[in-house]
Write a protein that binds this ligand. Structure first.
Ligand SMILES: O=c1ccn([C@@H]2O[C@H](COP(=O)(O)OP(=O)(O)O[C@H]3O[C@H](CO)[C@@H](O)[C@H](O)[C@H]3O)[C@@H](O)[C@H]2O)c(=O)[nH]1
Ligand SMILES: [Mn+2]
Length: 242
């Protein structure tokens, strides 16, 4: 949501194939935190833009802003993390969340995460005039989705999820370009969307390009990197600085 990109042109969809109210709750918390985090990122050009990544590697306000302002946002993030962790540990989300989210209400012995109607919830509607951050700036649209699952129909893994996302997003935002981030991937560079668009909008080659793939970078490489996962040739030679 904090990409360096016009927020009115950005819509974020989270596809929850696990169909978990805990995931929904975490996202709801994030939608509130975004109202403070996004203006903070933009004002001080914070990088990386994921608050978890930023706070884990930053050891102070680094003269970006007043210590008071820095602590305020850090405390807000820590308190949110704690509320989410508590919910995960106990398996219980606050009552108001349950009341808001009718989809999960109906779940019983027959209606489960493997057999249920679709749940689509627009957490932030970019078209709503009141959907602004705490400085009054427009926010990107934010949507939670647990696609329909039926035992008699195969869900087709990632492709099935992408298919359902294309259909749902065509009704809500209908944007011409889709970016996919797997559930075990991060995209923390605030220019990633803008940079990818340079390929699609290239005056000479743009019309021939349908797909742009970023190289993957891995955490926790082994010391000798026997499988070459650091992808040195890609990262340091052919796509250096990408
Ligand atoms: O039922 C599913 C299964 C997967 N996914 C999504 O698809 C991604 C990739 O699926 P996974 O089974 O984790 O495959 P990986 O081996 O982790 O991923 C590599 O291999 C996949 C199969 O070739 C590619 O689709 C991926 O982009 C590539 O990173 C996941 O992170 C999820 O975001 C779903 O939404 N629903
Ligand atoms: Mn994966």
């Amino acid at each position: 949501m904090a990409y360096n990109y016009p927020p009115e042109k950005l819509s974020v969809y989270l596809s929850d194939d696990g169909g978990s109210i805990l995931t929904y709750y975490g996202m709801w918390e994030a939608s509130l935190f975004a109202k403070h985090w996004l203006p903070f990122c933009k004002r001080y050009n914070i990088e990386p833009r994921s608050p978890a990544a930023y706070f884990s590697q930053s050891d102070g306000h680094q003269e970006l802003c007043t210590p008071k302002e820095w602590s305020l946002i850090k405390d807000m993030f820590d308190e949110m993390t704690e509320r989410i962790d508590t919910a995960v540990m106990s398996g219980k989300v606050p009552e108001e969340i349950k009341a808001r989210q009718k989809g999960f209400h109906e779940w019983n012995q027959e209606i489960t995460s493997k057999n249920h109607q679709p749940i689509v919830q627009i957490l932030i509607d970019g078209k709503d005039q009141n959907a602004v951050d705490n400085e009054g700036n427009v926010l990107p649209t934010l949507v939670y989705m647990a696609r329909e699952k039926r035992p008699q129909h195969h869900h087709n893994f990632k492709a099935g999820a992408m298919n359902a996302l294309i259909r749902v997003s065509s009704v809500i935002s209908n944007s011409p370009i889709i970016m996919n981030v797997d559930c075990d991937m991060y995209s923390n560079n605030n220019d990633a969307v803008r940079d990818a668009l340079c390929f699609f909008l290239d005056e000479e080659m743009g019309h021939k390009i349908g797909f742009v793939q970023y190289p993957q970078n891995y955490n926790n490489l082994s010391k000798n990197d026997i499988y070459g996962n650091s992808l040195q040739v890609i990262n340091e030679v052919s796509s250096a600085k990408l």
